[in-house]
Design a protein. Sequence first.
Length: 286
Amino acid sequence: MDGMSFLDHIRACNAHDLSGFRPFELDGHTVGWVRHALAEALPEVDPGFVVTADRLTIAPEIRDFEARSTLLDHAAAYLVEQGTVKALRGEYYPVLPRWGAEPLARLDRAAVGAFGIEAYGLHINGFVRDEAGCLLLWVGRRASDREVAPGQLDNLIAGGQPIGLSLAENLEKEAAEEAGLDAGTARRAVPVGAISYSMETPAGLKRDRLFVYDLELPPGLTPVNTDGEVESFELWPLDKVAESVRGTGDWKFNVTLVVADFLIRHGWLTPENDPDYLEIARGLRR
């Protein structure tokens, strides 16, 4: 992991082989990708699942959101039994044909990777300008008891997008929990784009779509974590941020992409100073 370029991080987040998966289809939309063994097992778990050689779907008579969600609950419980998933989270993600559409079902967050469902989230770059106008980025260190990326470096605020909350509501909630910011401060976050990647993991296919925000904070404000997810925050100059991403394995895997995007947009990472510039820019929007 040490000595990875920005492009190496992007490639790592996009390493997958779809030949090991078959599409999960609902209403004619491919909403996920499921490993062949899981697809074959699911009709035994619940006869509402229908499997053919080239896809997994749900029986056509099961059209109702709640009925489909119940079916997916049975599958999620099976994943825990099998040990594919450690435990369910009790937080649900929407199963969407595309962002902004009506959800077709909901699925426990822990089972999203096994079903290869597109999962949405938000990442907020919290930054400060010093007297000279140079940017400093707030870097959080994740608590050592986290299941995902314990002790690794993270954005100021980041969180998955659960069903039933708007992005704006989720941003305010996460800003309060993760950085102790009030709603008025959180609302100053500016949406600046989105990053996507598809990454094969032991559980399945992690297909994340991250909405990215920049939030300029006043120099005197120090973030305070309130939900136990982050153990400390530090303010780093961009040189140190970039050097750390390139030279260490200290960062949560997907935050490296959000940082690369920030460095491009603020003119730190340029076509002149990184020969991989075009591939990096393209790779953030797979």
